[in-house]
Design a protein around this ligand. Structure first.
Ligand code: AHM
Ligand code: MG
Length: 339
């Protein structure tokens, strides 16, 4: 039997890869692990809360309101970051504006974290996988001052680390610090994330495509052409690709990362910028995808190169196996030149 490596041990060992590292980033990653264990526990009890202990949004027996799980998760992550002392501010999908921590200790923090505390929240009530997505940047502002909007609006190329937690049939934490991607599975019996997927690489191509095809009539011709291509019989296997759409980005992304595939949330007539958020969803997953050998684009341009203009900015998102994303981009390009 091989030796178990816990996330904590792995993070400490990897700190040596960064000469002069002071351990602050390691502590943030540990804080994320702690918060996600708590969120994982809450997610596992979601059905009980709704159907036995009272629905979220209702008042419980002590007269307290049961809060929605995405709000609870948001508060949980904010709490660990604020008390940790390494993070001076955060921005999250749940908050209209970014939060600059006012505590003197937190103001000394070198980093900001941007995150989606519970993505795919429409799946919570129906017991389908959901996830947390996070992205870590070095602040631009001076240590000791309040975090600024400029700290938050950095292109994805500036990410120091990024990752996600998948609350699926098991809970997994996958992250990168720019030196490959590693995945850890939570062993509930010991309460530790254990290295289960070292050095993750995504297949160059795959046979799975994920898109909300209900929107197909709303999409550009290039996207229609690519989906049509996916549905054709491919000579190598004599079969079309398989459509797989959970509607939980982290779960769709994770499956494709392992098996090979493409996820597309394109611009539609209703949402001309797409649906997904650049800062909380696309940038972190784009960093993971690239680190694993995949690609992430808007259909035309690299996600990580975009200079964000707004906190909640949305972008079209094409992510997954390199050859599949390239083919989808070629369809988009070809359709443009027909017009
Ligand atoms: P959310 O952040 O409000 O949960 O929305 C993001 C989710 C993704 O997880 C998922 O891929 C997508 O929205 C599904 O959208 P749609 O229902 O339009 O297909
Ligand atoms: Mg989301």
């Amino acid at each position: 039997m091989s030796k178990v490596t816990t996330l904590n041990e792995f993070i400490m060992a990897r700190q040596a890869d960064f000469p002069g590292a002071s351990g602050e980033l390691s502590r943030i990653l540990n804080d994320i692990a702690v918060a996600s264990k708590i969120v994982s526990r809450d997610v596992r009890r979601a059905g009980l809360v709704d159907h036995i202990l009272g629905a979220q949004g209702e008042t419980n027996i002590q007269g307290e309101e049961q809060q929605k799980l995405d709000v609870v998760a948001d508060q949980q992550f904010i709490r660990v970051f604020e008390s940790g002392g390494e993070v001076c501010g955060i921005a999250s999908e749940e908050n209209d504006d970014f939060v600059a921590f006012t505590d003197e200790h937190a103001k000394q923090g070198k980093y900001v974290v941007l995150f989606d505390p519970l993505d795919g929240s429409s799946n919570i009530d129906v017991n389908v996988s959901i996830g947390t997505i996070f992205s870590i940047y070095k602040r631009k502002s001076t240590r000791g001052s309040l975090a600024t909007l400029e700290d938050m609006l950095q292109p994805g190329t500036e990410q120091i680390a990024a990752g996600y937690v998948l609350y699926g049939s098991s809970t997994m934490l996958v992250y990168t610090t720019g030196k490959g991607v590693n995945g850890f599975t939570l062993d509930p019996s010991i309460g530790e994330f254990c290295l289960s997927h070292p050095n993750m690489r995504t297949p160059e191509t795959g046979r799975l495509y994920a898109m909300n095809e209900g929107n197909i009539d709303e999409c550009d011709q290039g996207v229609k052409d690519y989906i049509r291509f996916c549905q054709q019989v491919h000579p190598d296997t004599n079969k079309p690709y398989s459509g797989r759409y959970i509607g939980s980005l982290v779960a769709d992304f994770h499956r494709n990362l392992i098996k090979g595939g493409i996820y597309i949330y394109p611009a539609t007539n209703q949402s001309p910028e797409g649906k997904l958020r650049l800062l909380y969803e696309c940038n972190p997953l784009a960093m993971i995808a690239e680190q694993a050998g995949g690609l992430a684009t808007t259909g035309a341009n690299r996600i990580l190169d975009i200079q964000p203009e707004r906190l909640h900015q949305r972008v079209p998102f094409f992510v997954g196996s390199k050859q599949m994303v390239e083919k989808a981009m070629a369809c988009v390009e070809a359709a443009k030149s027909v017009v």
